[in-house]
Unconditional design. Structure first.
Length: 155
């Protein structure tokens, strides 16, 4: 995998992790397992059936938690401590084979991308939850469900 592809993979994975970590991990693992993409050796673990099973199960829980106003904001608050570090880890792991400096820089930038997309998602959801009708919440949630998977698919 070339440098440009590695940059695209690490930044896309970090950004998508800020929105929906579990869908991102599952999608990357599935795409690698089916041969649609080739992940760097350090990220091959995402194709492990156990990793994909856990990521899929957690995505299933998140899918429903994300549709309930109030619960979705609490879920996002809790996942501020999960999505951002995992986005940084995914980005750093993609550069593990290059150099320690590149890995550290990728981790810093990946964490920043994950934090930005997560803050945007969580902040938007708080504003949407203030709306008295539930349809905008569901529409936002479905849009978020599609976005990380689509982004991961283009990596």
């Amino acid at each position: 995998m070339g440098v440009i592809e590695t940059i695209a993979l690490s930044s896309g994975a970090a950004w998508a992790s800020g929105l929906n970590l579990y869908a991102t991990v599952f999608t990357l693992g599935l795409m690698n397992a089916t041969g649609n993409i080739v992940l760097p050796p350090e990220l091959q673990v995402l194709s492990s059936p156990m990793v994909m099973l856990v990521a899929g199960a957690l995505y299933f829980v998140e899918f429903f938690a994300d549709k309930i106003p109030g619960i979705d904001s609490a879920w996002d608050a809790l996942h501020s401590f999960v999505r951002i570090p995992c986005g940084a880890i995914l980005a750093a792991a993609a550069f593990m084979h290059v150099s320690p400096e590149a890995m550290l820089i990728a981790g810093l930038l990946g964490g920043t991308l994950a934090a930005t997309s997560h803050a945007t998602k969580a902040g938007t959801r708080i504003l949407i939850n203030a709306s008295p009708e539930p349809f905008s919440n569901w529409a936002a949630s479905v849009t978020e469900d599609v976005s990380p998977s689509a982004a991961s698919g283009w990596l």
